[in-house]
Design a protein around this ligand. Sequence first.
Ligand code: UT7
Length: 340
Amino acid sequence: MIYATLKSIASYVPPTCVANADFEKFLDTSDEWITKRTGIKTRYFALPSQSTSDLAYEAGKKAMERAGVSADDIDALIVATLSPDYLTMPSTACITSYKLGIENKPAFDISSACSGFIYLLSLAKSFIESRTYKRILVIGAEKVSSVLDFSDRSTCVLFGDGAGACVIEATEDKNAAILDVHTSANGKHQDFLCTPRIQSVSQSIFSDKLESSKSFCLHDSTYLQMKGNETFKLAVKTLVSDVNTILAHNTLQPKDITYFIPHQANLRIINAVGEHLSFDEKQIVISVQKYGNTSAASIPMAMNDLYEANKLKYGDLMLLDAFGGGLTWGSALVHFGGES
Ligand code: UT7
């Protein structure tokens, strides 16, 4: 039996560290509010000259080095992002593969917002188990700062830029396998988190049929907008039920999990989810205080912190769980299959 294994993990943190107090200079906000309501203390923003593919390149290069593979060994590259280099084409994956020297191999993006990394795992697992590809580079990369409205205090203080990458390859060792991945979506609440001015919606000739979509196209804005409260409540409910479902599906209990790595949107969401589940504090991985919400990059960046702190060993079982715009959500049970 062939399984997919997570062979390496790496991340890239862009150079500009922005503290909560930096927002006080131009917004009616405070370090106290941001810390209390979100747990976030700092986030990192890319340089104006850096695009999402530059961040993806840095993380992808390091992931390949850590897996001991070269560009020629990669059979496909998939990037998850909500902040692509170009609005429609070419894909950020195409540009990243060029930068990495991965030539004449499939490269494409997926759009699943903050759940992007779980969707990447689902695709990589299927491609490898079906023997379509032997080795895939997956990258969650975001320059969220490029779609933030820096006059909107309710969103701009929450997000950060960054990238996280993994080499996923075939193995026969079930103890190193990506055991299970669940992904899901429901467009009913598309207006909870969106960048409204998307052409195919706002300029559709069938606009009378899109009455419900019009409601969120009131603002002529390319910037990210969020109904924070509503999203918060659904996030907690969905994350809890997702974890319970994937654990039950695999006859596992929280104590069988080495690390629980939830999407890093808000410390209060992580704590509320933790309260409903019986994970020990030591099992829960938290990096939102350092990086803010880096969307599709948040889970691999948190995982990379574990790896770089020498806390991740071959065979450790991680439970990943994400929730984001779409709405989309997903969970995954993943053994670490790399070297410590
Ligand atoms: O990654 C995808 C999933 N994302 C999430 O799951 C995020 C979910 N939502 C959240 O994390 C939280 O809802 C937020 C952090 C976005 C907001 O926290 P909240 O406790 O839900 O605050 P709120 O939206 O209810 O706002 C409370 C007050 C409001 O003032 P009034 O109306 O009570 O006078 C806001 O205007 O806080 C105000 N406020 C701020 N004050 C200072 C909103 N943002 C700020 C700010 N600084 N940055």
